[in-house]
Ligand binder design. Structure first.
Ligand code: OGA
Ligand code: NI
Length: 366
């Protein structure tokens, strides 16, 4: 959630998808209809791809397991990060009532009348508040999604007027939740460092006061889920992302694996974790930020609550020296996280294209 461009941009008219839905349109407005190649073809969510499921990591075995349990789980974590860029974490230690409370205030927020939500309207080209982020032009296709996003830490990134007063418990719940998720990210990053053979504090020491933002994505049912996307394909600019899927929601998150889209089936009380671009760069590509997207459902709505955890903006990043050698030559340049964050939020979501920014151009690369 870095500073945003000052020049005015024309994003055209953006329909609010929850309002659209009220009219039960039989025809989807053109701006939401994807080109054929981008549509979520039915083959993506079928059985053959559903056989693949993202790994599940038991955090309790890393925190207090026996030596054997720890070893087994840490190898699983390494494989998850190397081969999937995604895993679900169970026994994460966060109070389930807190997860439920957040989901409740989140859902209640989106169920309010449009006028109430518009008090927190996201300005064009910015990423905090209510609306659609990452829209920069009139002809850009839109996602079938309403977002509400807030910068949380450090405090200077907060925009106080965007913190809702209704539902009354919204803001305190986000605060409490964010504190717990922050601790979880710190723990996960220490195990991720260990899984790479690095000192457990490597990332914590490097990150400074980490930047943390939360975004709630609400996907109303869509009469033509075959034509639209809930959220465009992208990788996250963060170091780590934590995603909570609403109980009873449709299955909507899909990740790109071996060129098919694999749906992420939620595990009860689990959280979905994914590696962001920053960890890909720091690990010199060993751990990957994997492209993902969200699709919609004809009958069911879906709420996802997503936390982005990243280094402080002034921190300079580049591949960690221990992970660069003859066999693994340096693939990414050095830059500050603020630069990357600005680049990320001023471009539309388009697969892993944003990470091109950080790549060292070699003679063989296009
Ligand atoms: C995101 C994201 C997926 C989802 O917000 O970055 O990938 O299922 N969300 O909402
Ligand atoms: Ni994402």
């Amino acid at each position: 959630m870095a500073p945003v461009p000052l020049s005015p941009i024309n994003v055209g008219h953006i329909d609010d998808v929850q309002e659209l839905r009220k009219f039960k349109p039989t025809k989807i407005p053109e701006r939401f209809v994807r080109n054929e190649t981008e549509r979520p073809s039915l083959s993506t969510a079928n059985l053959s791809s559903a056989c693949k499921t993202i790994p599940v990591v038991d955090l309790s075995k890393l925190v207090k397991g026996s030596k054997d349990e720890f070893q087994k789980e840490i190898s699983k974590l390494a494989i998850s990060c190397e081969e999937w860029g995604f895993f679900q974490v169970i026994n994460h230690g966060i109070d389930l009532d807190l997860l439920e409370s957040l989901e409740k205030v989140g859902k209640d927020f989106f169920m309010q009348p449009l006028e109430e939500k518009q008090k927190y309207q996201m300005a064009p080209g910015t990423v905090q508040g209510y609306g659609q982020a990452f829209v920069f032009s009139e002809d850009q296709k839109l996602d079938w999604c309403n977002m509400f996003a807030l910068g949380v830490e450090p405090h200077f990134i907060r925009v106080p007027k965007l913190w809702p007063t209704k539902p009354s418990k919204f803001s305190v719940t986000v605060e409490e939740y964010s504190r717990e998720i922050r601790k979880l990210c710190q723990k996960l990053l220490s195990f991720i460092a260990m899984s790479l053979g690095l000192d457990k504090d490597t990332f914590e020491e490097m990150f400074g006061v980490a930047v943390q933002a939360v975004r709630m994505n609400y996907y109303p049912p869509c009469p033509r889920p075959d034509l639209v996307l809930g959220l465009s394909p992208h990788s996250d600019g963060s170091a780590l992302t934590v995603l909570q899927q609403g109980k009873g929601s449709s299955v909507g998150l899909q990740i790109r694996k071996d060129n098919t889209w694999v749906p992420v089936q939620p595990v009860p009380n689990g959280l979905v974790i994914n590696i962001g671009d920053t960890i890909e760069v720091l690990t010199n590509g060993r751990y990957k930020s994997v492209e993902h997207r969200a699709v919609t459902d004809k009958e069911k709505d879906r709420l996802s609550i997503v936390t982005f955890y990243a280094p402080s903006y002034e921190i300079e990043l580049g591949p960690i020296p221990q992970l660069v050698n003859e066999n693994f030559p340096c693939k990414y340049k050095r830059y500050s996280h603020g630069e990357y964050s600005k680049h990320y939020v001023t471009n539309k979501l388009q697969g892993k294209k944003t990470l091109e920014f950080a790549k060292i151009q070699t003679q063989n690369s296009s």
